[in-house]
Design a protein around this ligand. Structure first.
Ligand SMILES: Nc1nc2c(c(=O)[nH]1)N[C@H]1C(S)=C(S)[C@@H](COP(=O)(O)OP(=O)(O)OC[C@H]3O[C@@H](n4cnc5c(N)ncnc54)[C@H](O)[C@@H]3O)O[C@H]1N2
Ligand code: MOO
Length: 413
């Protein structure tokens, strides 16, 4: 039966509430490697040109093109070698007409030279060199400013820094760049039935998979994750654990204890504060949700449902946009891609369904195949999937062969 609209919040409404209520973290200068994967919060203008001086592209001899013009194996040119310049050990040499200077790749071209003859065209002579082929003026010389000019805008505000950006920033001499830091995310699992992996299980206990699932998802999103682990279904223990953790948190994620049970500790502990909303979202899985702020610093908190698939899908739908907003990354939510559905999906109208699936591509284009069943405890299916098919709220089902919207979970964006 479709939900009564007054009872439930739509996914889009909650996402936009979340995105508009979290703020980007303050930016500050970060050492380059710490800024890897983060959005830069400044426009970077090169203060130096690259290359910063004319330099050789080859190991060989710096000469004047006119002096070697017409050289052949049968009619070689012989020039005295008057010096040697290697990269990083360059004397200020000037080349006189009719002479050669040995030069290594990257070394500054001496004044007076206008070309470099590679070793391969010579006898590699030390005192004199026999040159068997001429070189055009300008050949094998990398000109100052050819790669980047001083004053060029090299990295734009908002760019997510990857290896190539870091290489360029270091090359123009930047040791730090203004960037927003990684949000510090604290992950707390609630449930008296939970045990740590590696410890014995009782007949009614289960291992805490969620804190690993969620901490890893937070890390994959670019955050620093602190996995606090298990807190039992006891309001005092939960409140203590939460207030202990708030000092190091930019964002808190809890799992479990938010539905209608008699021991739903998260709801009980936070429900009275008035700063955390609890409700139902028109989404499957991930119906019970909570979002708000806690503590003096008003740290955003997401109280995700305990079923593992629900917790993960809720992270993807609600926490990821918040983290990306904090990091200054855009878009906040993962963009969907279109793919051809290979098997039918049934759906009840009134809620958005996010179906675990495997996504791939062949010569016919992108395809997506649902994995497993609907149950939000089916973690095996979750691990076997790499995508979620988004079945819209109004849909009554999708037939095989139709095009659908897909979230590709392991793709960077
Ligand atoms: N009467 C109702 N019952 C339930 C409703 C409802 O509307 N009315 N909603 C169901 C839905 S949908 C979900 S989702 C769950 C959410 O429950 P909670 O968030 O309160 O979570 P728990 O009850 O604590 O646990 C649910 C389930 O997940 C397992 N779990 C919990 N934590 C972990 C963990 N860290 N690692 C692995 N598995 C975990 C737990 O053992 C339970 O099996 O509520 C439904 N009930
Ligand atoms: O919504 Mo619960 O998240 O169906 O399993």
């Amino acid at each position: 039966m479709p939900e009564a609209p007054s009872d439930v919040t739509s996914v889009d409404e909650l996402v936009s509430r979340i995105v508009s209520s979290v703020s980007p973290l303050a930016d500050f200068p970060l050492p380059l490697m710490e800024a890897f994967g983060m959005a830069i919060a400044e426009d970077v203008v090169a203060e130096v040109a690259l290359p910063s001086f004319d330099n050789s592209a080859m190991d060989g001899y710096a000469v004047r093109a006119a002096d070697v013009a017409g050289a052949t194996a049968d009619a070689p040119v012989r020039l005295p070698v008057v010096g040697e310049i290697s990269a990083g050990r360059a004397a200020h040499l000037a080349l006189s007409p009719g002479t050669a200077v040995k030069i290594m790749t990257g070394a500054p071209v001496p004044a007076g030279a206008d070309t470099v003859v590679p070793y391969e065209w010579t006898d590699r002579g030390v005192a004199t060199v026999r040159i068997e082929r001429g070189a055009d003026a300008g050949a094998n010389i990398r000109r100052a400013g050819e790669a980047v000019q001083a004053g060029d805008l090299v990295v734009e505000h908002g760019t997510v820094l990857g290896p190539r950006h870091l290489g360029l920033l270091a090359s123009i001499g930047r040791a730090t760049v203004r960037s927003r830091p990684r949000p510090r995310v604290v992950v707390i699992s609630t449930g008296s039935e939970l045990r740590d992996p590696g410890t014995p299980l009782g007949h009614d206990s289960i291992y805490d998979g969620n804190s690993y699932l969620l901490a890893a998802a937070a890390r994959q999103a670019g955050a620093t994750a602190y996995r606090v682990g298990i807190v039992p279904d006891d309001v005092r223990s939960f409140t203590e654990a939460l207030s202990d953790q708030l000092v190091r948190a930019d964002l808190v994620i809890t799992s479990g204890g938010v539905s209608e049970g008699d021991y739903d500790v998260v709801k009980e502990a936070l429900g009275g504060l008035g700063t955390v909303w609890f409700g139902k979202v028109a989404m499957q899985p991930g119906r019970p949700q909570g979002f708000g702020v806690v503590g003096e610093d008003e740290v955003p908190i997401f109280t995700l449902p305990g079923n593992p698939v629900s917790a993960y899908v809720s992270f993807e739908t609600f926490v990821l946009p918040a983290l990306r907003t904090m990091m200054g990354k855009s878009p906040a939510s993962r963009p969907t891609r279109r793919a051809r559905l290979t098997e039918p999906i049934t759906s009840t109208p009134g809620k958005r369904q996010l179906v675990r699936a495997v996504h791939g591509a062949d010569r016919g284009g992108a395809w997506v195949t649902p994995v497993g069943g609907h149950g939000s405890h089916m973690i095996g299916d979750l691990a076997a999937s790499n995508a979620l098919v988004v079945v819209p709220e109004e849909s009554t089902g999708v037939s095989a062969g139709e095009m659908v919207q897909v979230l590709c979970l392991d793709e960077d964006f």
